[in-house]
Design a protein around this ligand. Structure first.
Ligand code: ADP
Ligand code: MG
Length: 397
């Protein structure tokens, strides 16, 4: 008898969940990405107990018909790509078709969804990967997914969840990221019935940053606009040098609209401030890198927060020079170094392996502790400042 067997879908989904679903915020990430991909204009996130008991995301996007609502929970089921060539230019946030299958394998999930044309909504209930019920329901166009009792059937994973305050911090941080990346979408986040964040649709990033962080934060921001369209366009805001922080928690980095944790960009940002900010002191940043889709590989890790640039050194140059340019125009530094427009259009280079990147990522992007900042109306979103800078007023939630 042979010793090798092919694992069941159920076990395969739980293994995939190990990578995709680390904590409530990672569930929220997948669900919010799905809402954005579905073209939502309003996204509400309601959680209880730091997302462990309940995490519910409601959107007014295109919704799903009954067949799709059931298929969505199959492993590798996606409407976003079809051929392997599509992997070379991914324009949606999702594409792996495994988030819902993974989440449903480690929680009790209820999906209610309706398309514009459908006479009724569909409700699908699935628990620990087992389909329990599919029936008609009432729901406006769009989708609500409620995820209850995360890891109820995986006690080993449940033990790794941190305190309610820590999980809440990660959730707020995540929603803040997507709210910044999509000013045109109205977001609401409630935690235990209490409103943590509410933003109406905004005109642009500046208005959205004002909604989330308040006027004083905005006063300290310098506009960044630089880079090169063939390599990386860099836009957004960085803080004036008087605004000093002891962690990178206030750095919001995006690549093609995707929230990333990228050491390369973080380091290039710091280099832009070299000689202006001392070592161990970090600026705040809302930085958007736009590259041609084929210049960046987002299929590095199932959680999709790592990316790999085809020409990483050129991207780093673009970020550093754009940041220096912003500081120089505000009178803080002279722009120097080579101009990114001089970079040859074709130039492949070695990139550090994603494994190596994630191994050290934890050092640069330390998991925030509740002491650093459990975000609530009492504790502002922008934590961790060193003395000396002007105080930032609490976010106007
Ligand atoms: P992916 O996003 O990688 O395609 P998911 O498992 O997250 O995989 O979702 C599977 C499919 O379910 C999506 O491709 C999409 O067609 C559909 N779907 C998921 N969430 C929503 C939503 N909120 N609104 C509309 N369709 C959705
Ligand atoms: Mg998805």
């Amino acid at each position: 008898m042979s010793k090798i067997r092919v694992l069941s879908d159920h076990v395969a989904n739980q293994i995939a969940a190990g990578e995709v679903v680390e904590r409530p915020a990672s569930v929220a990430k997948e669900l919010v990405e799905n809402a954005i991909d579905a073209g939502a204009t309003h996204v509400s996130i309601d959680v209880e107990n730091g997302g462990r008991r309940l995490l519910k995301v409601t959107d007014d996007g295109e919704g799903m018909g009954r067949d799709d609502a059931v298929l969505a929970f199959e492993r590798h089921a996606t409407s976003k790509i079809a051929r392997s060539e599509d992997l070379a230019s991914i324009s949606t946030l999702g594409f792996r078709g495994e988030a819902l299958a993974s989440i449903a394998s480690v929680a009790r999930v209820e999906l209610t969804t309706r398309t514009e044309a459908a006479p009724a909504a569909t409700r699908v209930a699935i628990e620990g990967g087992r389909m329990r019920d599919v029936k008609d329901a009432a729901h406006p166009q769009g989708t609500t997914i409620a995820v209850r009792d995360l890891f109820f059937n995986v006690p080993a994973r449940r033990k790794f969840l941190r305190s309610e305050a820590t999980e809440s911090f990660h959730l707020t941080n995540l929603v803040t990221h997507y709210a910044l990346a999509h000013p045109e979408i109205a977001f609401t986040l409630t935690n235990g019935g209490r409103e943590v964040l509410r933003t109406a649709a905004a005109q642009d990033l500046r208005e959205r940053a004002y909604q989330i962080f308040g006027a004083e934060f905005l006063d300290n921001l310098l506009e960044v606009s630089g880079g090169h369209p063939h390599v990386a366009r860099v836009s957004g805001y960085v803080s004036a040098p008087r605004d000093r922080r002891t962690s990178r928690d206030s750095q919001y980095l995006f690549v093609n609209g995707r929230f990333v944790r990228d050491r390369l960009i973080g380091r290039a940002l710091s280099e832009g401030y070299r000689a202006i900010l001392p070592h161990g002191v970090y600026p705040a940043a809302l930085l958007f890198i736009e590259t041609p889709l084929e210049e960046v590989d987002v299929n590095v890790h199932p959680a999709k927060t790592e990316v790999r640039f085809r020409r990483s050194a050129a991207v780093a140059d673009a970020v550093r020079e754009a940041v220096r340019g912003a500081l120089a125009s505000a009178g803080y530094a002279k722009p120097e170094g080579r101009d990114v427009s001089e970079i040859p259009a074709e130039q492949d280079e070695e990139e550090s392996s994603p494994a190596a990147m994630s191994a050290t990522a934890s050092e640069d992007f330390r998991s925030p502790t509740p002491e650093v900042g459990f975000i609530s109306p009492e504790r502002p979103v922008m934590p961790a400042r060193t003395p000396g800078g002007p105080p930032i007023r609490p976010a106007p939630f």
